[in-house]
Design a protein around this ligand. Sequence first.
Ligand code: FNR
Length: 415
Amino acid sequence: AQIYRRGVFGYRPAVPVSPDVLETKAYAAMSPTARSYIHTGAGRGDTMSANRDAFDQWRIVPRMMRDTQQRDQSIELFGRRLDSPFLTAPIGVSEMAHPDGDLALARGARAAGVPVIISTQASQPMEDICAELGDQERWYQLYWSKDDELVESLVRRAERAGCTALVVTLDTTLLGWRVEDLDLAWLPFARGMGIAQYTSDPVFQRLVQERVANPTNETDDQPRPRPGAVRSLAKLSRTYPGSTLDNLRSPEPRAAVETFLDVFSRLDLTWERLAWLRERTSLPILVKGIQHPDDAELALEHGVDGIVVSNHGGRQVDGAIGSLAALPGVVDVVAGRVPVLFDSGIRCAADAFKALALGATAVCIGRPWVWGLALGGADGVQQVLETYRAELDLQMNLTGVTSIGEITPETIVPA
Ligand code: FNR
């Protein structure tokens, strides 16, 4: 109502309110590498399409004549009251979309009152992001590295920086088959972007120095970069301060990128290993990337405090089920024992409503915050997040529910 009212007096939104227009304009404003990195799904994009199709399988049935003057969209999670059922999903390398990256995310999310899940591949060290967040609730998303000491160091830093939960992403032991990124030869990492969390870590710094002292032959074995690639890197490095051709020229940044590539993928993880993490932190541990009900059961057996149903925005397994299609089975098995969060494909409040109706406790906004960031920096992020909250409030009003708890399975029907 505020937006309509302000509009009468000439107010214009900072970024498009329509998610489709926002998406189109944001990608049009990005460099080809940024567009590819943010937009791409795995393979031919089937899973990304399935994410959207899954929402089309459900329809909301509005109820009339219910007093909706007092509405409350707050929820409780891990003993804390959150203003709304929205969090921002962890998205790495946000500096591709805007040079201020996660600092702008933090400013925007704080202004909108939305908690942030800080990515292990965030563009700035978590301490700086948390300083921008002030009192705003934040969690830390962990990619479980090959180096246990590094994992422990990241967890310790997250605790010290005031993160109140750990989200362990399980679905990215390796990066998915992202064809557009492959065609562009994965320039973001060639330029050392998205490793600020590591390069600011004392354990990682030690690993890099060890590599500089004992260089492997890897670097020499690699073909020299094509002249075209060097030219475009030079151009891009002017666009994004902080990333420079040094990655190709000086031993230290190059060693940092190589160390990152070495420690990132961890294929030997099994459920038993969660006990190791459990012993090292008292923060609630959520696992992100659950799709199968049996995995939800195993996660509970191994003591997790929460589950995030997600397929990483369709970026990992090509041909996988839509994330919302996986939600009911997981909710069934979990049966209220721990919170079940949801992401992958949420583009408007109706999507959030359907996920909540199917049993999600909260939902994470993914790519849309990056689109807002690309077009409007912190203001763009703030507006995108406020839009979700405002639209959900209106949606609740018009469907006759006054609290998140009232968004039950009875509010939707199969399409
Ligand atoms: C991601 N995602 C992700 N997840 C994670 O746990 N750590 C990360 O660093 C990233 N990085 C990342 C980068 C980009 C560009 C995207 C699009 C996604 C996955 C993210 O948290 C979330 O699961 C998806 O974004 C949800 O899908 P939609 O709604 O964005 O399509």
